[in-house]
Design a protein around this ligand. Structure first.
Ligand SMILES: CSC[C@@H](O)[C@@H](O)C(=O)COP(=O)(O)O
Length: 350
């Protein structure tokens, strides 16, 4: 399994996901600005991976500011630049908050070099904890499957989208190893093809049988009884259990409901936004028109056509059969289950 994010000798190495599956190249980040650029360009992508990358970005920013007399103000600027990269995945804000709390909790007379060491340790923990969390999610998720089935997934919620193993693809990996999943249908995921370029590639690397379909084939695949469950990742989950994920997820959930197929979401607690009541308030990133009007740099629509390009949509909780977390499987009513998670978090049990 390729490592998406690696911290080595004070440098962040990111697997450039825009080049997959054709080229395997790593980006060497020595500055927080390069990390911010990588997040914006989707060179690193997927909610947990964005969070971990931003945490290391903050370490790089702090290192640059070691001799700055106004460390406090300027590190806040670094954090803000990282926050501005992508608006939807809450893991980004969660990771930056966790890093900044190390700074806020430090004594004012603490040596900046020691503070930077603490930040580095925290970023390493964020990444290694994510990997461990994904294994737990995968074990809980695999228990939802009994007899061998085919599943459908959308976008990429795999090792590439996390610090390792993956959320939705982690469940698939685990259930496949237990003989409970026999085939994965991967939606290509227009417009940036995370399903075709990344999910299909990731599964093929491990010889997990995968069939690539275009997004508009999902309904027919369900109608023909070719899949028995859907499993996807998430970018933000609100208190009522609404889920923001890659654009097209909502359509898949509606189709699953019509065909009476369970629709599962797998995500770590860092993807829950405990400050937001419902999905109506989730900020949805809109990306450049060229992503829709062009294909590999070639215009595929009339020049200058108006385009709407939301990168995410929100699936209402009523369409979701269960949410798989590292603390177990949440079922309706989600509000109660999510509030219980929040209470544990406040008490420090999580
Ligand atoms: C474990 S990744 C979960 C989500 O982040 C994933 O499904 C997704 O929507 C990624 O979108 P992307 O725009 O590629 O960052």
């Amino acid at each position: 399994m390729l490592q998406t994010i690696e911290w080595k000798n004070s440098t962040l190495w990111l697997l450039d996901q825009t080049l997959l599956p054709n080229r395997i190249e790593f980006i060497e980040c020595h500055s927080f600005q390069r990390v911010a650029q990588a997040i914006k360009r989707l060179e690193v992508r997927g909610a947990p991976a964005i969070g971990a990358a931003a945490a290391f970005g903050l370490v790089l920013g702090a290192k640059e500011l070691c001799n700055d007399s106004d460390f406090g103000t300027n590190i806040e600027r670094v954090a803000e630049e990282l926050r501005q990269t992508r608006p939807t995945a809450v893991n980004l804000f969660w990771a930056i908050e966790r890093m900044m709390s190390i700074i806020h909790k430090a004594n004012c007379d603490k040596d900046i070099i020691d503070l930077v060491k603490d930040l580095e340790k925290e970023a390493i923990s964020i990444a290694s904890e994510d990997c461990a969390i994904n294994h737990k999610i995968s074990q809980y998720g695999a228990q939802l499957f009994n007899e061998p089935v085919s599943v459908l997934t959308h976008c990429n919620a795999g090792a590439l989208a996390t610090a390792g193993f993956g959320t939705a693809l982690g469940v698939i990996r685990q259930a496949f190893s237990e003989g409970k999943i026999t085939r994965v249908f991967a939606d290509e995921t227009r417009p940036l093809l995370q399903g075709a370029r990344l999910t299909a590639w990731e599964l093929m690397q491990e010889n997990i049988p995968v069939t690539l379909i275009t997004d508009n084939m999902a309904g027919w695949v369900m109608k023909k009884n070719m899949v028995q469950a859907v499993i996807v990742g998430a970018d933000r989950i609100t208190l009522n259990g609404d889920v923001a994920n890659k654009i097209g997820t909502y359509s898949v959930a509606v189709l699953a409901k019509e065909h009476k197929i369970p629709f599962y979401v797998a995500a770590p607690v860092s993807t829950f936004d405990f400050t937001m009541e419902s999905g109506l308030n989730i900020p949805i990133e809109e990306r450049h028109a060229d992503e829709v009007a062009q294909f590999a740099g070639v215009l595929t629509a009339p020049k200058g056509v108006e385009v709407f390009n939301p990168a995410f949509d929100v699936t209402p909780n009523s369409l979701i059969s269960a949410i798989i977390t590292e603390y177990g499987v949440l079922e309706q009513p989600y509000h109660e289950a999510i509030i219980a998670l929040q209470q544990k978090k406040i008490k420090g049990v999580l």
